[in-house]
Design a binder for this molecule. Structure first.
Ligand SMILES: [Zn+2]
Ligand SMILES: [Zn+2]
Length: 347
């Protein structure tokens, strides 16, 4: 069964998500005002002067994920040290004199997403702090937080390697059947902590979103391949390296979404990938994150359950606007996919 959609004069008019049934309608949003959702932030930015040392100290003092506040979190599980990451950009930022004890720090979430009773009384919710830096350099306001897109490809690869370590540990718990890696960037994306971090969750049963995709893939054999081919025909492909593809998805959970798919890695877990494969997967994700910069976003890595290993990246720049199972897609989607493709090709 093909992916249901309609094009007129070569342009996409609507498309139905084969997993959720949600229909995305392509609409002209160029004249639409987003003043209500974006105005406040923009106004604050204009007024904000550079944060002074005292303001920076006040913000980082109370941040549980900042260096020096390690005692505010649960006991750490492991660290990745500056010595293990010689290319770490933060070392240069601090003059190399006081690089600190860690670059990446992993511990259990104080508030497990899934009650520990369901996973043999072990808390299987993990936090991976991505970098010790709270703010960007010379922050202009409290919202000028460090974000993943600034970390660099190599750093993101190290982050995925840390995720794999957590996964291998979590999977020793026989009550864990499924693991998801999730990131929220920015308050608008639902992040509860400003300091950049990922979450890893182990679940006693397949995650519903992934199980629904697996069910659809069984009903529509080759569904992912078909989506990839359709995205190519619609001009939405961003990078295509054979096994690893990324595209702007008109059937994402939010109006502006991107998928990265390891098409030859069915049923594969992140921990099954070779270092080169992990690097390639990470690069494709990171390049999209870098282009999106500091805007609110989330991403999720889905694995196992009869699916190709893949990641969904959702920009939250536009408000969530799912109305009764319909989404509105900006008609600039095609143009922006082409722009991203060109930006990446230029390097
Ligand atoms: Zn912090
Ligand atoms: Zn998925």
């Amino acid at each position: 069964m093909p992916i249901e959609h309609e094009t007129r004069d070569g342009a996409l008019v609507w498309i139905r998500n084969p997993v959720t049934g949600v229909i995305s309608y392509v609409v002209d949003v160029r004249a639409k005002s987003f003043a209500f959702t974006l105005g406040r932030e923009a106004g604050q930015r204009e007024r904000a002067a550079a944060l002074d040392a005292e303001q920076i100290a006040r913000a980082t003092e109370v941040c549980a994920f900042c260096p020096g506040n390690e005692s505010l979190t649960t006991r750490e599980i492991f660290l990745v040290t500056p010595a293990e990451m010689p290319g770490w950009t933060g070392a240069a930022a601090s003059g190399g004199s006081d690089a600190g004890a860690w670059v990446i720090r992993v511990f259990n979430n104080l508030f497990p997403r899934i009650p520990a009773e369901l996973t043999a009384n072990r808390n299987e919710s993990y936090i991976v702090v991505e970098d010790p830096r709270h703010f960007v350099e010379n922050p202009r306001g409290p919202g000028d937080l460090l974000y993943t897109g600034l970390l660099g490809e190599e750093h993101f690869f190290e982050l995925l390697r840390a995720d794999v370590r957590v996964m291998l540990m979590s999977r020793q718990n026989r009550a864990v059947r499924s693991i998801v890696i999730r990131k929220n960037q920015g308050r608008e994306s639902g992040a509860s902590q400003p300091h950049l971090h990922q979450q890893i969750l182990g679940s006693p049963e397949p995650f519903p979103a992934v199980a629904a995709e697996a069910r659809a893939e069984r009903e529509i054999p080759g569904m992912f391949e078909e989506i990839i081919n359709l995205m190519d025909r619609l001009g939405l492909m961003i990078e295509n390296h054979g096994n690893i593809v990324s595209y702007a998805s008109p059937i994402g959970a939010f109006p502006r979404s991107y998928d990265v798919v390891m098409r030859q890695h069915r049923d594969a877990l992140l921990s099954d990938l070779s270092a080169d494969e992990l690097r390639g997967f990470g690069r494709a994700i990171f390049r999209i994150l870098a282009l999106m910069g500091p805007i609110p976003l989330d991403y999720e890595i889905h694995q196992g359950e009869g699916l190709p290993l893949h990641a969904h990246i959702n920009a939250r720049l536009y408000p969530y606007s799912n109305v009764a199972g319909t989404l509105n897609l900006p008609n600039t989607l095609l143009a922006s996919a082409a722009a991203l493709r060109e930006a990446l090709a230029r390097g």
